[in-house]
Design a protein around this ligand. Structure first.
Ligand code: ISJ
Length: 263
């Protein structure tokens, strides 16, 4: 998957980086909707359930998919990280010709373990209905699609951090020299932007996840936010995903990157 053009061109502005994050919202929400087409399908996550695989069916799907994607250069993009980095095959393509935009520190910051944990332990049960319809391969591929979109969004924090640093090195450098995590967190946090993000993603979940029918529903016409209206993924879950996990982890990536930015 190609990185957005701003990450390749070297002309990084906060506006462009934020535009890229906004586009990624659509991808994340569409993928959650896709996963919600299947019930939880818990046997896909049981280790040893299928003797043909060493771990769970899900782990098998993720490892095999990542091996293939690694060979075609997916992980040459700094914002793309594998969930199983151990013994991945190398890319068969020549390295990217464009000069790197980021400090090399980006390569050593991978918080996919945290992402994996919250996705399976907390998020998935909030939007996948209980039950088992036997379509384990589809559910597992769909999980990987969600995980990759969320991971990419969170690790995009490198670009956010880089552009904020370049815009005001005089503010960031003292905090970096003091290795002051709290100070950096304060500098890079924009509460009003975060509030807008939460509202926008809930709205997108309402628009992208509405049931479309040829018959007009009188209630839907008069009350767009009717509580009885059914969405494919609950908009409040999407808003919570951003509030509790995506935005805090994007900021964690920013802090980790900035702490190493002067190395
Ligand atoms: C990503 C940014 O940094 C922080 C994290 C945000 C996010 O993850 O959406 C939003 C606002 C900031 O507090 C930004 O400023 O756009």
């Amino acid at each position: 998957m190609a990185a957005e053009s701003n990450s390749k061109s070297g002309i990084l502005t906060l506006e462009k980086v934020r535009e890229a994050l906004i586009k990624q919202e659509d991808t994340i929400i569409s993928r959650l909707i896709q996963r919600a087409n299947f019930p939880l399908n818990s046997p896909a996550y049981d280790e040893g359930k299928f003797p043909s695989f060493p771990g769970s069916l899900l782990q098998f799907v993720v490892k095999e998919t990542e091996a293939l994607q690694s060979k075609v250069g997916r992980y040459e993009n700094p914002e793309e990280h594998p969930f199983f980095p151990e013994s991945l095959p190398l890319s068969l393509l020549p390295p990217p010709a464009t000069p790197p935009v980021l400090h090399p520190a980006a390569g050593s910051i991978n918080i996919n373990e945290k992402i994996w944990e919250f996705y399976f332990d907390e998020l998935l049960p909030l939007f996948a209905a209980p039950g088992d319809d036997g379509s384990y391969a589809s559910a597992a591929s769909s999980d990987l699609d969600c995980l990759q979109a969320i991971s990419r969004r969170i690790h995009y924090g490198y670009y956010v951090a880089e552009v904020k640093f370049k815009d005001s090195p005089q503010d960031y450098e003292p905090a970096i020299r003091d290795q002051d995590r709290d100070g950096l967190m304060k500098l890079l946090t924009f509460v009003d932007v975060e509030e807008m993000v939460k509202k926008r993603v809930a709205k997108k979940a309402r628009v992208l996840g509405q049931e479309v029918s040829l018959v007009d529903n009188a209630n839907a016409k008069t009350d767009k936010h009717n509580a009885s209206e059914k969405y494919k993924v609950d908009p409040s879950v999407v808003s919570r995903l951003y509030e509790e996990w995506i935005m805090p982890l994007t900021k964690l990536v920013q802090v980790e990157y900035l702490l190493r930015r002067l190395d």
